[in-house]
Ligand binder design. Structure first.
Ligand code: PMP
Length: 353
């Protein structure tokens, strides 16, 4: 027998590339094009480097308290992790532990099936309708849990709070996870519903709207009972998931709501302007409420546009996968970055006739 027979075999998630070329335009991983809040820079400059000698607070008190205050919930209803990927993976491990398949959309964040496979969780996907919307009636079948992003990724489409609540209400015997990675760009959060539904977990991230992808900060809010179970698993796994700088700087970011609103407002304005310009160039897309646009051209295959953009050092995301191979996912950058993207696409589509 070979030792390899005892190895856990996993098919990993493929993250967007992180090139670092001077002058490039990076619109491929939905990062924020603006810096974090100014208070974060000050706190970073004032950070006591000697404190790095010690383990960080395993209960992540400063950050959890800041978030609890911001969202008007008890600190016992908040859990943070190393990006929302960490929070989600932990939540899969904790809550999706029955024999029945968990449910999620067929076109969605492509980490869900990776975690399901890693943790040995059976799953079933539910097809989005022809307009890329979730059909709530699909989530009325027996299941071991439900997860979906709102807005969905990579479509950017937002479901109404009524639809979200309909799905939660129909699944009182399962944990329902709403992945709100992109909720701050014009969506209405399901977070207040955690008061009403003890089986609801709302997950968010600092990677997009708070411009801190490099620090890896994710969070979730749920009933004290849910968060208690999550902590039991976390503390059986790794007590110190979140490092000290992330805890301090994350808390600092939460305290500056004016900056947060200004940045998300700018991104929303840029997104709406670029939608009009892309339409003029022959692109169509679901009406995104996220910080990206999922666009398809009426005549030119997406893979070709992707490669042409890449050669011009403009990076967007493209998946050669069923259902979505005609689309590019374009992150909303600064106005200048988007001007350059649109200018390139104007010339390119004109040259292609
Ligand atoms: N959920 C969705 C839907 C995402 O697109 C992403 C970003 N890849 C994440 C969660 C994870 O983001 P992070 O780990 O940076 O918080």
């Amino acid at each position: 027998m070979s030792w390899e027979e005892n190895v856990r075999k996993a098919v990993p998630y493929v993250a967007g590339e992180q090139p670092n070329k001077p002058g490039m335009i990076k619109l491929n991983t939905n990062e924020c094009p603006y810096p974090p809040a100014p208070g974060v820079q000050r706190a970073l400059a004032q950070m006591d480097y000697e404190a790095l000698r010690l383990y960080p607070d395993p209960d992540t008190g400063v950050l959890t308290d800041a978030l609890a205050e911001y969202y008007h919930v008890s600190p016992k209803q908040v859990f943070v992790g190393v990006g929302s990927d960490d929070v989600l993976s932990m939540a899969f491990m904790t809550f999706f532990n029955g024999g029945k398949p968990i449910l999620f959309p067929d076109v969605t964040y492509s980490f869900y099936d990776v975690w399901a496979n890693l943790h040995g969780i059976p799953y079933r996907t539910c097809a989005l309708d022809e307009d890329w919307h979730i059909r709530p009636e699909d989530y009325r079948q027996p299941n071991g849990g439900v997860i979906f992003p709102n807005p969905n990724a990579p479509t950017g489409l937002l479901e109404s709070l009524e639809t979200v609540e309909e799905i939660i209400g129909a699944n009182r015997d399962s944990v329902v996870i709403v992945d709100e990675a992109y909720i701050d760009f014009g969506g209405i959060s399901a977070l207040p519903l955690t008061e009403k539904y003890d089986n609801l977990l709302v997950v968010q991230t600092f990677s997009k709207s708070r411009a801190m992808a490099g620090l890896r900060i994710g969070l979730c809010v749920g009933s004290e009972k849910l968060i208690g179970y999550l902590n039991d698993v976390k503390f059986s796994f790794n007590s110190y998931t979140m490092n000290l700088p992330s805890q301090i700087l994350g808390a600092e970011a939460v305290r500056d709501d004016a900056y947060f609103r200004a940045v998300t407002g700018k991104i929303i304005a840029t997104r709406e302007r670029v939608k009009g310009e892309l339409k003029e160039l022959g692109f169509t897309f679901p009406d995104s409420k996220a910080n990206f646009i999922f666009a398809s051209h009426e005549t030119i295959p997406a893979g070709e546009i992707f490669r042409a953009l890449r050669e011009a050092d403009i990076y967007v995301r493209y998946w050669n996968k069923p259902r979505i191979s005609d689309f590019l996912r374009i992150t909303v950058g600064t106005d200048r970055e988007m001007d350059r993207l649109v200018a390139f696409l104007r010339d390119y589509t004109a040259a292609r006739g």
